[in-house]
Design a protein around this ligand. Structure first.
Ligand code: FE2
Length: 275
């Protein structure tokens, strides 16, 4: 499916932009379903999610989301007395992490054969979908996602994770589009996220600083797909606009590579979701 030019763009720059990959009908169905899940979820049990302060994350709620579907609140969703400052549909940071296994609408979308073909064209012999997230980047309170590489969280030997980032709505500079560092995937993995005996910790692997100045914003139209390498540094700014920036992400690893038992996300009961 991918052309030689597209494959070399991925090899050289670490990412590839594929416009018009999600139809309006699919986007509408996925967004509607995501909002329905928010209403179904028992939000009093929902945890908080923050990349700027991971100490705030409730470990057991987070770890328990690996094989189910859970909602996470935005850090800035609450007032001083713990009350929501906006409707709950506009208070959720993300939904994760097994939508592709357990939700019929997301499952049907994830089973599109062309998604597996893309992964194979990019060198994964047995592409396996490990994680899905709907990331809302809510108006005004949608938080920053600090510079990171996704292989930090999906450590395989050798590195294999590829991220699929679907824009379900337009992503702009104002509402917090992705920033990528072209070619940055040629560098080392800087950090690794460990889960051992239920304890989560980030361990530095390299002194190489995040090269913020060489990052480029990548505004994309709704329906676009960005695929990027597990070592590619990426970031997104807080949403300062009045529009959400809903994205759907897949994290795809090669089942032929060794998947680290210390990764936080394990799927002993769900197994491989072959693409
Ligand atoms: Fe990421």
């Amino acid at each position: 499916m991918l052309t030689d030019t597209q494959i070399s763009q991925f090899t050289n720059a670490g990412y590839l932009l594929l416009p018009d990959m999600v139809s309006d009908e699919e986007r509408k169905a996925l967004i509607e379903r995501a909002y329905d899940i928010i209403e179904e979820d028992h939000l009093e049990q929902a945890g908080l999610f923050s990349t700027t302060d991971r100490s705030q994350i409730d470990n057991s709620y987070f770890l328990g989301s690996a094989e189910t579907i859970r909602c996470f609140f935005e850090e800035k969703a609450f007032g001083d007395n713990g009350e929501l400052l906006q409707p709950r549909s506009q208070s959720i940071n993300k939904i994760g992490h097994a939508l592709h296994d357990l939700d019929p609408v997301f499952r049907q979308f994830a089973q599109r054969r062309d998604f597996g073909t893309i992964a194979k064209d990019l060198g994964l012999s047995h592409p396996s979908l490990y994680q899905t997230m709907v990331i809302f980047k809510q108006p005004r309170i949608g938080g920053e996602v600090t510079w990171h590489q996704d292989a930090t969280f999906f450590f395989t030997d050798p590195t294999s994770v590829i991220t699929y980032w679907f824009a379900l709505e337009d992503a702009t500079l104002e509402n917090g589009c992705l920033w990528l560092e072209p070619g940055g995937h040629h560098g080392p993995l800087r950090e690794r996220y460990f889960c051992e005996q239920g304890e989560l910790r980030m361990e530095p692997l390299s002194d190489l600083p995040w090269t913020r100045d060489s990052g480029n914003p990548i505004p994309v139209k709704a329906g676009s797909l960005l695929v990027f390498h597990g070592h590619l540094p990426h970031y997104s700014a807080p949403n300062q606009s009045n529009k959400s920036r809903i994205a759907l992400t897949f994290h795809v690893v090669d089942a032929a590579c060794h998947y680290a038992p210390e990764n936080w996300l394990q799927r002993p009961n769900l197994g491989e979701f072959a693409m």
